[in-house]
Design a protein around this ligand. Structure first.
Ligand code: ACO
Length: 422
C-alpha cells in the first residue's frame, strides 16, 4: 500500500495508509503531531478511526452489517441472543456444550443481591428507567466486590441487566418482583419477569420470544457509535467494565442516539392525534427554521437502508398479524416512510429509516411501555459494549483516550481587579 503524502508549506510528509479486512482505507496520522506539530480537526469524529477492531463490520453505503464476519441476516434468523453475546465477546459461536453452560450461568446470575432491591424503593416513580439502569449498573461492583474474574463480571452484566430492567418495571408498578426460572430461555425469562404477576402467570408465545430475540440481536453491536465510543473512552482509563458500561448507558439515553425509539413512537402518536398529518411532519422536518427532525430517519453511517430496519419492518408485520394487533401507528409509520423515500429532501441527503423507526412498534406489540424502549436497547447493546471494552483492555498497545482541540477562546489577557469588573 502506497503512503499518503501531506504537504505543509515547503515540506512534504509521508503518512502510512492502512487497509482493513474489507479493503477500507485509513491514513495513519498517529505520528502526525510529533512529525509536523499539527493536529487534525474532525468535529464529531466523522472521519476518524479511533481504533482497530475485529468485532463488527458496517458498510453504510451498501447497507451491510456483520458481527465477527457473520451477516446480520443469518444471525437474526438462526441464532439466539446468548449465542450472539458469546460470539461478540469471545469471537466464537458456542458449541452445544458451551451453549448449555453459558445459558445456565446466565440464568444463575440473573438473581440480584437482595440488598440492591432497597435502592429501587428510593427512586421516585417518575425516574426514567435509563437513569435507574445506569445507576444500578454502576452500583453492581459495590455488591460484587473485585474478584479479578472478568468472565464472571461479563456473565453478571449480561444476566443482571435483564433482571434489573424487569425489577425496575415491576417496582414502577408497585408489583412484587418475579424471579427467573432455570428452564426458560433468556428472552422468555425476561418477558416472564416483566409480565408475570401473582394473579396471572405469564407464558410468552414463540412469536413474542422470537420477536424479542430479533430486537436484542439487531441492537447487540454497531461498532464505534456514541455509547460504544464512550465505553471505550471511559475504559481506556482502566475504569472497570461496570463503570464503563454505566457511562455507555448514559450516552445511549440521548434522543439522538438510543432515545430516538421512544421519540419515534411519540412522533407517530402525535401524528395520529392530528388525524394522520404525515405531510405536516415531513414539511416540518425539511424546514431549516424548525428544529424538528423526523425521528427514526437518518444515520451517521448508513447512507442506504439500515439492514436492521428492513428486518424489523418484516417482523412487525408478522408479529402484529400473529398477535392480532391492529396498530394504527404501524400504518402511519409506513405512510411516513413511503412519503419520505419519495421526497427529494430525504433522497438527496440519503436519509432512510434507521433501526429505531420500527423497533418501537415491535416493543409496543410485546407490551413494553414507551418509556422503557431505550432500556431495551441498552439490554441488547450490553454484549457489544462488553466486547469493545474487553477488546480494548486485551490490547497491550491501547493508551488512555485523550483527543486534542483547537483553542479558539480569548488570548491571554490581564486579570482585572474587582473594582474594574462590570
Ligand atoms: N430529519 C430531517 N433532516 C435530517 C434528519 C432527520 N431525521 N437527519 C438528518 N437530516 C438532515 C440534516 O439536517 C442535514 O441537512 P443539511 O445538509 O441541509 O444541513 C443532513 O440531513 C445531514 O445530516 P447530518 O446532521 O449530517 O447527520 P448526522 O450524521 O450528523 O446525524 C443523526 C445523524 C443524529 C442520526 C440524524 O440523522 C438525526 O438526528 N436523526 C433523527 C434521530 C434518530 O433517529 N436517531 C437514531 C439514530 S440510530 C441510533 O442511534 C441507533
Amino acid at each position: 500500500m502506497q503512503n499518503a503524502k501531506l504537504t505543509l508549506g515547503e515540506q512534504t510528509f509521508e503518512l502510512p495508509v492502512l487497509e482493513g479486512t474489507e479493503k477500507e482505507l485509513a491514513v495513519d496520522i498517529s505520528a502526525l503531531r510529533t512529525k509536523t506539530g499539527h493536529i487534525t480537526f474532525d468535529p464529531g469524529y466523522g472521519n476518524t478511526g479511533s481504533c482497530k477492531s475485529e468485532i463488527t463490520f458496517i458498510d453504510g453505503e451498501r447497507g451491510i452489517l456483520r458481527y465477527r464476519g457473520y451477516d446480520i441476516e443469518d444471525l437474526a434468523s438462526q441464532a439466539t441472543f446468548p449465542e450472539v453475546c458469546h460470539l461478540l465477546i469471545y469471537d466464537k459461536l458456542p458449541n452445544r456444550e458451551e451453549r448449555a453452560v453459558w445459558r445456565k450461568r446466565l440464568t444463575q446470575h440473573s438473581f440480584v443481591h437482595e440488598s440492591m432491591l432497597n435502592f429501587f424503593e428510593h427512586f421516585p416513580p417518575t425516574a426514567h428507567p435509563m437513569d435507574v439502569l445506569s445507576a444500578m449498573i454502576a452500583a453492581l461492583p459495590a455488591f460484587y466486590p473485585d474478584e479479578n474474574d472478568i468472565h464472571l463480571d461479563i456473565i453478571r452484566l449480561l444476566a443482571k441487566t435483564k433482571a434489573l430492567v424487569a425489577i425496575a418495571y415491576k417496582k414502577s408498578l408497585g408489583e412484587p418482583i418475579v424471579y427467573p426460572k432455570t428452564d426458560h430461555s433468556y428472552t422468555a425469562n425476561f418477558l416472564r419477569m416483566m409480565f408475570a404477576s401473582p394473579a396471572e402467570p405469564y407464558v410468552c408465545s414463540k412469536t413474542q420470544e422470537d420477536a424479542l430475540t430479533l430486537l436484542l440481536i439487531l441492537h447487540a453491536d454497531h461498532e464505534q457509535n456514541c455509547s460504544t465510543s464512550t465505553v471505550r473512552m471511559v475504559g481506556s482509563s482502566h475504569a472497570s467494565v461496570y463503570a464503563s458500561v454505566s457511562a455507555g448507558i448514559s450516552a445511549l439515553s440521548g434522543p439522538l442516539h438510543g432515545g430516538a425509539n421512544q421519540e419515534v413512537l411519540e412522533m407517530l402518536e402525535a401524528i395520529r392525534q392530528e388525524g394522520g398529518a404525515t405531510k405536516k411532519y415531513i414539511a416540518r422536518a425539511k424546514d431549516k427554521n424548525d428544529p424538528f427532525k423526523l425521528m427514526g430517519f437518518g444515520h451517521r453511517v448508513y447512507k442506504n437502508f439500515d439492514p436492521r430496519a428492513k428486518l424489523l419492518k418484516k417482523s412487525c408485520d408478522a408479529v402484529l398479524a400473529e398477535l392480532h394487533i391492529d396498530d394504527p401507528l404501524l400504518e402511519i409509520a409506513k405512510e411516513l416512510e413511503e412519503a419520505a423515500l419519495k421526497d427529494s429532501y430525504f433522497v438527496e441527503r440519503k436519509l432512510f429509516p434507521n433501526v429505531d423507526f420500527y423497533s418501537g412498534i415491535l416493543y409496543r406489540a410485546l407490551g413494553i411501555p414507551t418509556n422503557m424502549f431505550t432500556v431495551m436497547f441498552a439490554m441488547g447493546r450490553m454484549p457489544g459494549w462488553i466486547a469493545h471494552w474487553k477488546e480494548m483492555r486485551d490490547n497491550p498497545q491501547e493508551r488512555i483516550h485523550r483527543p486534542r482541540q483547537l483553542y479558539v477562546g480569548n488570548p491571554q489577557r490581564p486579570f482585572p481587579p474587582i473594582a474594574e469588573r462590570k
